[in-house]
Design a protein around this ligand. Structure first.
Ligand code: ADP
Ligand code: MG
Length: 653
């Protein structure tokens, strides 16, 4: 890292201004970013009392020369940028030169640092912004910053700090995220009493996810990777005096590419908020509405609109393509080519989801319900004490053992309490199900004469399903070599019709039927407003309806397949749904909603007997759909009890 200098006033004024030290976690964030910028490969963080009493970060990075160690505490002193142009292509996490002085002004800070080419290191101590000690000392290479008594001189801010455990969990989640973004580095987080988080360097990102969250989480994720060359268009031109000859010739300079990699969750994982969505842009953790919108679009018709996936995405793009100087806390960015970014993320994630077509398993579906829980905050897992880890292991016993097993005595529920405050339900049935395996050679269980299950999770073949019959005239039971499947007949048909209507919409030929008698439907004022707004879209979707008197409409033509008795209900529901949407209605959304509504109302109902050939037809149509595993509202369409699970339950493997 180069030498530190003061930014000119003119440059300093261009930097998004504001205070960044809000709480212990923001101190940790700034110091951690500094350590990463200094090229550290090993970072140790020690916390006491949730960071209120002590925050100490020790790294093995480049360290600072003696003069720099003092200069670092001046406002707008940085080694990372020099002039206003540099702000257009920031490649470090920091660049504002404000963190150290801000932190030093509200704490008792001690800096120990030694740069590679110096024989000794420097110690600086500052109390509430006033330097009171500078001395030479023998120190190892790198930097250690100790921040004690945060906000000791600003009691008003101190009052706003949350409980120690809350502050620690914020810090833990922050450190976890940076560890995820840098699998090749060593991170340690210690509290006064125990090691909260330790991540040794690993080979790659999946290894890191496994290390941090465990196998269960990794199994629920689908890897994504994509790259797209950037067009030259949109790249900012260097100022005339810095243009090279190369820049003059159009097309000669490689504008680079955008790359994306990471993980997105299978549709059965549903979260009630966006807290499990992590997006990194060039190694920086950000919150960005554009990317969030792209993700929502990618999951459209796979997840219901009110729930969210788990996402861990790393975006890499040329530094000129992203403006990081938007907000003082540097958690927001602005992409220069917003539409390109949006569509790239949407399409890459969508493609990964389509390719994976994950099959919901019985047991995961039984347990699947939207959760707000801290699934991807490492606090839950890494803060476990040894005892609770053992209990958790019992809980995460293969979930399929809850299902299809010999009757067991009524389960006794016990509640386990994590130190992190996460409640886990234990079930006595688990331990019964884990009884020793039946001896293999008892003649009762000859090995299955079949090739080993060679089923690829990625391409389950619905096309080979043979229907056996229905359960309660609602669920189709079917088999193929992969195992036993249960198909919800209503949602399966809904998926088939939904995609059919979407295709018809695209071709502008939605099938319709003339009603024997016009249907007069009374609307509430809110419904009337939406009707006026979407009447064109309704017309394109096979409706012919016109105002009838003050508050009613008369429907003469309706989409094919929807029973006349359903039309009133369907229109009311649709208009209500759209009136509750908080986003402006756009045509694509409206058409999607209409297609889902037509599909739902025209689909085979449950409690309806189906002839064998009808079941065969439905399964083969389902197999042809683009997204056969979930209905347009995000519910699973099929459940699979895999051959492996069946063998396991019969104690054959
Ligand atoms: P910024 O990171 O925006 O430059 P800071 O106030 O966070 O501003 O840090 C000021 C300067 O101190 C940095 O530019 C860097 O040169 C130096 N510095 C801070 N922390 C470290 C560290 N852990 N290792 C080496 N240098 C550091
Ligand atoms: Mg910094």
């Amino acid at each position: 890292m180069g030498r530190i200098h003061l930014l000119s006033e003119q440059v300093a004024n261009k930097i998004a201004a504001g205070e960044v030290v809000e709480r212990p976690a923001s101190v940790v964030k700034e110091l951690l970013e500094n350590s990463l910028d200094a090229g550290s490969t090993r970072i140790r963080i020690q916390i006491e009392a949730g960071g209120k009493k002590l925050i100490q970060i020790t790294d093995n990075g480049s360290g600072m020369l003696r003069d720099d160690a003092l200069l670092a505490f001046e406002r707008h002193a940085t080694s990372k940028i020099k002039n206003a142009e540099d702000l257009l292509s920031v490649s470090t996490l920091g660049f504002r030169g404000e963190a150290l002085p801000s932190i030093a002004s509200v704490s008792r800070l001690r800096l120990e640092t030694k740069a590679g080419d110096e024989s000794s290191g420097t110690v600086v101590e500052i109390n509430g912004g006033k330097i009171f000690k500078v001395e030479e000392a023998g120190l190892p290479l790198g930097t250690s910053i100790t921040v004690r008594d945060l906000f000791f001189n600003t009691p008003a801010r101190k009052k706003f700090l949350k409980a120690e455990s809350t502050e620690l969990s914020h810090i833990a989640s922050l450190v976890t995220h940076y560890a995820l973004a840098h699998p090749d580095k060593h991170f340690e987080l210690h509290s006064a009493t125990n090691a909260v988080f330790i991540a040794v360097p690993v080979e790659g990102y999946s290894e890191r996810v496994y290390q941090v969250f465990g196998k269960e989480v990794l199994d629920q994720l689908i890897p994504v990777a994509a790259a797209q060359p950037l067009e030259r268009i949109g790249l900012p031109q260097p100022p005339p005096w810095r243009r090279t000859e190369e820049d003059q010739q159009p097309g000669s300079r490689d504008p680079g590419e955008i790359r994306l990699h990471g993980f997105v969750s299978k549709p059965e994982i549903q979260k009630l908020n966006r807290n499990s969505i992590y997006v990194f842009v060039n190694g920086r953790l950000i919150r960005d509405r554009l990317i969030q919108h792209a993700l929502t679009d990618a999951y459209r018709n796979i997840l219901p609109p009110t729930v969210y996936p788990v996402v861990l995405l790393f975006l890499e793009l040329p530094t000129e393509e992203v403006d990081v100087n938007v907000h003082p806390s540097k958690t927001e960015v602005r992409f220069r080519q917003q539409t390109v970014m949006h569509d790239f993320v949407r399409d890459s994630v969508r493609a990964a989801l389509m390719k994976a077509r994950p099959v919901p398993q019985f047991a995961t579906e039984i347990r699947a319900h939207p959760t707000a829980g801290p699934s991807l905050s490492a606090g839950g897992r890494v803060a476990m004490t040894e005892g609770s880890a053992a209990l958790a292991a019992a809980y995460v016993a293969p979930p399929q053992e809850f299902t299809l097993q010999a009757p067991v005595p009524p389960p006794i529920n016990t509640q386990f309490q994590f130190s992190g405050g996460v409640n886990l339900e234990g079930n006595a049935a688990v331990s019964l199900a884990r009884a020793p395996k039946v001896a293999e050679s008892d003649g009762c269980a000859p090995p299955l004469h079949d090739e080993p299950e060679s089923v690829s999770e990625l391409a389950p073949s619905l096309a080979s399903l043979k229907p056996l019959g229905q359960i309660r005239e609602s669920f189709i039971l079917a088999v193929n070599r992969e195992g036993l499947w249960i198909v919800d007949q209503h949602v399966a048909h809904e998926r088939v019709l939904f995609e059919k209507v979407l295709r018809q919409q695209a071709a502008q030929k939605v099938e319709s039927q003339r009603l024997l008698m016009p249907l007069v439907i009374e609307l509430t004022p809110a419904q009337q407003a939406v009707f006026a707004e979407i009447s064109d879209e309704l017309a394109k979707n096979g409706f012919e309806a016109e105002p009838f008197g003050n508050r009613s409409i008369a429907v003469k033509i309706a989409p094919a397949g929807v029973d006349a008795s359903q039309i009133v209900h369907m229109l009311h529901e649709l208009l209500d749904q759209l009136s509750h949407e908080d986003q402006a209605l756009n045509m694509e959304r409206v058409c999607g909603r209409i297609a889902a509504s037509i599909a739902c109302h025209a689909a085979i109902k449950i409690n309806m007997p189906l002839e064998h050939n009808k079941m065969e037809w439905l399964l083969s149509e389902l197999a042809k759909t683009e997204c056969p595993m979930t209905c347009p509202h995000g519910r699973p369409v099929v459940l699979r009890y895999s051959l492996k699970d069946i063998q396991k339950a019969f104690k054959r493997i």
